[in-house]
Design a protein around this ligand. Structure first.
Ligand SMILES: Nc1ncnc2c1ncn2[C@@H]1O[C@H](COP(=O)(O)OP(=O)(O)OP(=O)(O)O)[C@@H](O)[C@H]1O
Length: 270
């Protein structure tokens, strides 16, 4: 798999003397589904905002498709890497859903017929084709979150960064959002999700990056990451229930969150 985003010894601080990212090196491969986890204030959002140039490193460099983000505008980078804010209301400011979703492609200077096409496709993808003329502010949080996702989809980015996409959603809204993200991944997008929801990480992510105090302290697939209780505790991360259950039951090997994994757990005698 080729690399789409690379961090090379990236340092970043909001204030000069207090770095928030401390030498982060990382490669995101095309087509990956990556979750970034870690305690509050560990630097997840700061790292994610480097992916599309919202922040530029104080030291080190970030490249997107081999181009240094330092030399590129956010507008240009957004065509490749879209960032979906934790609070959809930070992103929504038009009177109708269609106007909202059209904003990005209009800014990109697409012709009217193409705008119509990409907007319809994006609304279709998130299941909101029927509410194009509705006012976003009167929609539920889950729907506003989907409108925000549609808005970035309409720009046809390669990589989608979702900052806490399920926060504030009820169980159904959460499932719908993650199924949508899964569909986007299956359709070829590279996905980076920042979340505190470990069940979602265990269920959906292929790769998990654990942040602690501005550094990456673990990077691997969910079974690799979630069977390191000491590392997780020091990073203030509680593993998903299925891994805690496995540990309590004395399993040495990781138990993936699959029906087969659960069956083997329940039937195992030794
Ligand atoms: N705009 C800002 N100005 C100054 N400091 C900031 C700013 N944004 C974040 N910080 C600080 O940078 C550190 C990392 O914040 P960041 O939001 O990246 O962490 P996080 O892991 O995403 O946290 P959370 O899970 O709580 O969202 C924190 O100490 C935070 O207080």
């Amino acid at each position: 798999m080729s690399t789409v985003i690379a961090f090379e010894d990236v340092w970043y601080g909001y204030e000069k003397e207090t770095p928030v990212l401390k030498g982060v090196s990382l490669e995101i491969k095309r087509g990956e589904f990556v979750a970034i986890i870690g305690g509050n204030g560990s630097g997840k959002t700061t790292l994610a905002k480097h992916c599309n140039g919202l922040y530029k490193p104080t030291k080190g460099r970030v490249t997107v498709n081999d181009s240094d983000t330092q030399d590129m505008s956010v507008a240009r980078l957004s065509k490749t890497v879209a960032y979906c804010y934790q609070n959809p209301d930070h992103q929504i400011f038009h009177q109708t859903v269609k106007a909202e979703v059209s904003f990005g492609p209009k800014n990109m200077g697409l012709p009217a017929a193409e705008i119509e096409q990409v907007v319809n496709e994006a609304l279709e993808a998130v299941g909101l084709a029927h509410i194009g003329d509705a006012e976003p502010y009167f929609s539920s949080k889950g729907t506003r979150q989907k409108i925000a996702v549609a808005s970035i989809l309409a720009m046809r980015p390669e990589v989608i960064v979702l900052d806490e996409p399920t926060t504030g959603l009820d169980y159904r809204g959460m499932q719908e959002m993650m199924e949508l993200v899964r569909r986007l991944h299956k359709s070829g997008h590279t996905i980076i999700v920042i979340t505190h929801d470990m069940r979602l990480v265990a269920e959906y992510a292929e790769r998990v990056i654990v942040m602690h105090r501005g550094k990456i302290v673990c990077d691997g697939d969910p079974p690799h990451v979630f069977t390191k209780p000491e590392m997780l505790a020091s990073a203030q991360v509680e593993p998903p229930a299925i891994y805690r259950f496995g540990e309590a039951a004395g399993f040495l090997a990781p138990i993936p969150l699959t029906l087969a994994g659960m069956q083997s757990m329940l039937t195992r005698r030794d």
